[in-house]
Design a binder for this molecule. Structure first.
Ligand code: NAG
Ligand code: NAG
Ligand code: NAG
Ligand code: NAG
Length: 931
């Protein structure tokens, strides 16, 4: 046995060993007792020289992982960086995570040596000890523990994504418990800085989900380290990381391991769920056999039956999975559907190991009792808030899952799966969970104390407690309010944002949002197994009267621009609608009693607002039910630049209108949240997309009156570094087409663009490509004398050319939350706290007509949040009317929508996370829909 034979002990060391040995024996398991009570009397020849350490190792196998007993007495963090000055955060509203997540301490936090020294009121005499102390006056701001991400691929799925750093999925087989995400942890990822700017301080970096057992995960702190190594980022790594020869007297530390069931491993490797499940059983059986050998060996060693015992049975490939069977590994299990939970629950009971958390788990809320049958203890459930329907497994996902799971007593964790969701905005997931019914204490816990506990680090992170790691976020508003951004983030007591920029937030953002009631929706989510009917109900009454209206926003019929036409601090406005058309609105006195008919439907908006129907653009909305399922989608077009187009199609430009699918869940959810129409272009993976169309998100099918709002809106192309064909070749093609060198339909459509009849929408990210597009536009216009209506979509780097884009009269459609997903999106303008302005505010300041793109169909429902968020981070530059323009009139103009949408949305309650859309008025359809 390698372990003991390699150790040479000095006499002094031996004495310490012997002492520790007795302590361990006294404290330890039944094996030890057996040994003490029935000491076999081994003769001198049979007692091997390493007997002492064999016994120690055998006893250590029974030890549960965790911090050493002395941990709470520490006065300095093992992660303390020499030279870090102590800091006093004064006058803060501190959400500590204590008292079931209900405790708020108004006071100070003293941090030193990488840990929290004191919370609450702090004596001047205590401060006298600290001469060189940094004081941060929080001026009453909210302070929370650092955000903890239970499920991240930060560093292993790199940002920007480059082929040289794609290390999250091994292709070496289905069950690979010996792999370590640490070995692929790229330290140069752009996302570290960005995620820290969102308050994330700790992440569990998991291998991907292509394998049933993808390997071991590692918990990291996100801050840069002096050593600049991946290892230096680790938080309490298992001892086996730096030294295979574990000190047997030390309590082990928690390990993490990724498991995945369902579509991903089946699709990538095995073909079916049955194969994946067998691969699990086969691997666990291998581990079980090894574990049984070890246990039999130890039983003999501990009862002194040494003769012929030989070496302790070990296998480097399987030791981690054996540790799972010993309950010493936090199994983080990617698993979505009931069928897969069932398989995993059976597996845990067959092999007797617990699961720390089911991740993604889009159906967990439908089967809480099944989840509770897992071996050992119920797994936590780590989920997204509204990201769903991207594949079959996720198609029954519900925004009410966090609440339902919590009602069933299960631990709820919100996670990013970064870079699937940008972990910078993990707090947004908690905010949404709160909006949809999860109590505030559990919502904040879902990204702090709960994940800390589920990863086995709750003795030092996730709460604000004396002695805990000094991982602290100071917020500009209540962390559950929309757009909350850190003003400073501490990791191990070190301030992470050198020069924080802040955007002034309204007073109302300083309290926990009072969220709407969703009781009926929650009940329906369960009743209909995640697929509740979403079709709106049309009001039977001809007249609908909205009471207690706080504000009314309308479009100017000539300019299309939205403005606030009525506002009342008393929030007592009235709007009377007849057959979908407003007949009277404003202060109550403005509407004669005659129109307030008693047979009308009366709705109380509780100070809410009326605003124009929103428009969505940027996703394949209306072309797909489940994006990952080809058979539920219109599918991609042939791209003439990168594919062999069938001759029969020669020169044909594809129209999205021909492929429209109505009543998709994402369209209906969009409608229910005020997005009443959408512009969608054909899905393309290359240069040419085709002609976009405008459609109603509420319509049941195309033949319903008003379903197809406009057959053709704009012509769409894309220019990208990552299309596989040189950018210059793409430009040559575009130039040729604009100069009339195309043929057939293609020539005809480009002629319309050159004549200024329809807009040309160019999907483009890089500022360099944008610059070339502006040059090309000028070149073509000089030749023809016409002005091209050009819109840049995507345009992550457009802010770098804001002035030039403004001068060229070009419009831009950008995402609200920029992210450097690819190299051509690298130069983002991050917004507060990393920059004063946002990309949107910068472009608007240069007179660019700006629209907001929503690229995930499941995100369409959140357009209202995107719009409000853009205003909240603009430091007052964008008022409510301006932000409404970003997702209505501006998009209409940028995308060639000819007739401005006249729908109006009635929202009950305030903006952000306080309101709920209750009705949509449509003069076009002469009706009011109730949602
Ligand atoms: C959350 O807080 C409420 C009181 O506001 C309390 O009743 C509940 O037990 C808390 N939940 C948990 C799981 O701690
Ligand atoms: C804390 O900050 C609030 C808000 O700025 C202020 O009103 C209050 O006076 C401050 N309290 C102390 C003790 O400084
Ligand atoms: C391994 O890491 C632990 C914890 O970080 C440390 O205490 C120990 O000294 C390290 N061992 C070696 C051999 O570096
Ligand atoms: C934007 O337009 C306004 C009004 O036309 C003008 O005063 C202002 O100078 C313009 N700003 C920029 C940056 O072009």
């Amino acid at each position: 046995m390698e372990k003991a034979s390699k150790r040479a002990h000095s006499p002094a060391k031996k004495r310490i060993w012997a002492l520790q040995f007795v302590v361990v024996l006294l404290a330890a398991s039944s094996y030890a007792l057996t040994y003490l009570l029935w000491p076999a009397s081994p003769s001198a020849e049979t007692l091997p020289i390493n007997a002492e350490s064999v016994i120690a190792q055998c006893i250590a196998l029974q030890m549960a992982p965790g911090p050493p007993d002395s941990f709470n007495a520490r006065t300095q963090s093992d992660r303390f960086v020499e030279g870090t000055k102590p800091t006093l955060i004064r006058n803060a509203s501190i959400w500590t995570g204590l008292d079931s997540g209900n405790e708020v301490v108004y006071g100070n936090i003293l941090i030193d040596k990488g840990i929290i020294k004191k919370v609450g009121s702090i004596d001047a005499s205590l401060l006298d000890v600290y001469r060189d102390i940094i004081v941060l006056d929080a001026a009453g701001s909210w302070v929370s523990p650092g955000i903890v991400d239970l499920h991240s691929h930060l560093g292993v799925g790199s940002s920007p994504s480059l082929s040289g750093a794609r290390d999250s999925n091994s292709h070496a087989g289905l069950t690979l418990p010996w792999l370590r995400s640490l070995d692929g942890l790229n330290t140069h990822d752009d996302a570290y800085r960005l995620s820290i700017a969102g308050g994330v301080t700790t992440a569990n970096v998991l291998p991907g989900s292509a394998n049933a057992i993808g390997g071991q995960a590692y918990v990291i702190k996100l801050r840069p380290t002096a050593e600049r190594s991946a290892s230096a980022m680790l938080l309490e790594p298992p001892f086996s990381i730096n030294d295979t020869h574990v000190n047997p007297f030390q309590r082990p530390r928690w390990r993490q391991m990724k498991h995945a069931c369902g579509e991903n491993p089946s699709r990538v490797y095995s073909g079916t769920r049955m194969d994946t499940q067998w691969s699990f059983r086969k691997a666990y059986n291998t581990a079980r056999i090894l574990k049984e050998k070890q246990d039999a060996y130890c039983e003999k060693a501990l009862t002194g039956r040494w003769p012929g015992l030989g070496d302790f049975p070990e296998d480097l490939q399987w030791e981690a999975l054996v540790d799972v069977l010993r309950g010493r590994v936090k199994v983080q299990n990617h698993c979505y559907e009931a069928v897969d939970f069932d398989g995993m629950v059976r597996l845990t009971n067959e092999f007797k190991f617990p699961i720390a958390a089911f991740h993604h788990a889009h159906e967990a809320y439908l089967v809480p009792d099944l989840i509770k049958k897992a071996y050992g203890h119920p797994p936590a459930v780590a989920i997204f808030a509204t990201h769903a329907r991207f594949k079959r497994e996720a198609s029954r996902g519900s925004e009410f899952a966090p609440r339902i799971l919590a009602d069933n007593g299960l631990d709820v964790v919100m996670k990013s799966d970064h870079p699937v969701l940008d972990s910078r905005h993990l707090i947004y997931e908690a905010q949404q969970a709160h909006y949809f019914g999860l109590p505030a204490n559990l919502s904040l816990a879902s990204v702090t104390s709960t994940p800390a506990r589920i990863m086995g680090q709750d003795h030092r992170i996730g709460r604000i407690i004396e002695g805990f790691d000094a991982d602290i976020v100071v917020w500009d508003s209540h962390p559950l309010s929309l757009g909350a951004a850190p003003t400073q983030v501490f990791i191990d007591g070190i301030a992470q944002i050198e020069k924080p920029f802040t955007s002034k937030k309204p007073k109302s953002a300083q309290r926990v949002p009072s969220t709407p009631n969703f009781d009926k929706e929650i009940a329906d989510a369960i009743k209909y197994e995640g697929l509740p009917p979403l079709e709106p109900e049309t009001a039977k009454a001809d007249v609908v009267v909205f009471w207690n209206v706080g504000s009314i926003f309308m479009k100017n019929t000539a300019t299309r621009k939205v403005s606030e036409v009525f506002t009342s601090t008393a929030e007592n406005g009235v709007v009377v609608v007849e057959k979908g058309r407003i007949v009277c609105s404003g202060a109550e006195a403005a509407c004669p009693t005659a129109v307030l008919r008693p047979d009308a439907l009366h709705l109380d908006l509780a100070g809410g607002s009326i605003f124009p129907g929103l428009l969505s653009y940027g996703s394949p909305l209306g072309l797909t039910h489940i994006t990952g399922e080809a058979s539920t989608s219109d599918g991609p077009v042939f791209d003439p630049l990168s594919m062999l187009v069938p001759g029969i199609l020669d020169g044909t430009v594809i129209k999205a209108a021909d492929g429209l699918l109505f009543a998709t869940r994402d369209a209906l959810l969009g409608y229910r949240n005020g997005v009443t129409s959408a512009v969608t272009a054909p899905s393309s993976r290359g240069f040419l997309s085709g002609l976009s169309t405008v459609f109603s998100t509420a319509a049941a099918h195309k033949l319903v009156d008003g379903a197809l709002v406009q057959d053709v809106a704009a012509l769409h192309v894309a220019l990208s570094f990552s299309s596989g064909i040189s950018v210059s070749t793409q430009f040559a093609t575009l130039r040729g087409l604009l100069l009339g060198e195309g043929e057939g339909d293609l020539a005809k459509q480009f002629a319309l663009v050159v004549a200024g009849k329809i807009p040309l929408v160019v999907n483009v990210e890089s500022a360099d490509i944008i610059a070339s597009v502006l040059v090309l536009k000028k070149e073509v216009e000089a030749g023809t004398g016409n002005t091209i209506r050009l819109t840049l979509a995507g345009a992550t780097e457009a802010h770098l050319l804001a002035k030039e884009i403004g001068q060229a009269g070009v419009g831009v459609i950008v995402q609200q939350r920029p992210y450097p997903k690819s190299w051509e999106q690298k130069r983002i303008m991050p917004g507060p706290p990393l920059s004063q302005s946002s990309a949107i505010a910068t472009l608007v300041a240069h007179n660019v007509t700006v629209g907001i793109a929503v690229v995930d169909p499941a995100g369409v429902r959140n357009t209202r949040f995107d719009m409000a968020w853009a205003g909240l981070e603009s430091n007052g530059a964008l008022g409510k009317a301006e932000t409404l323009n970003l997702v209505s009139s501006n998009l209409e103009m940028l995308l060639g929508v000819e007739e401005s949408n006249s729908d109006l949305v009635a929202m009950k309650g305030g903006s952000g996370f306080e309101g709920k859309v209750v009705a949509i008025m449509s003069p076009r359809r002469s009706s009011v829909d109730l949602v």
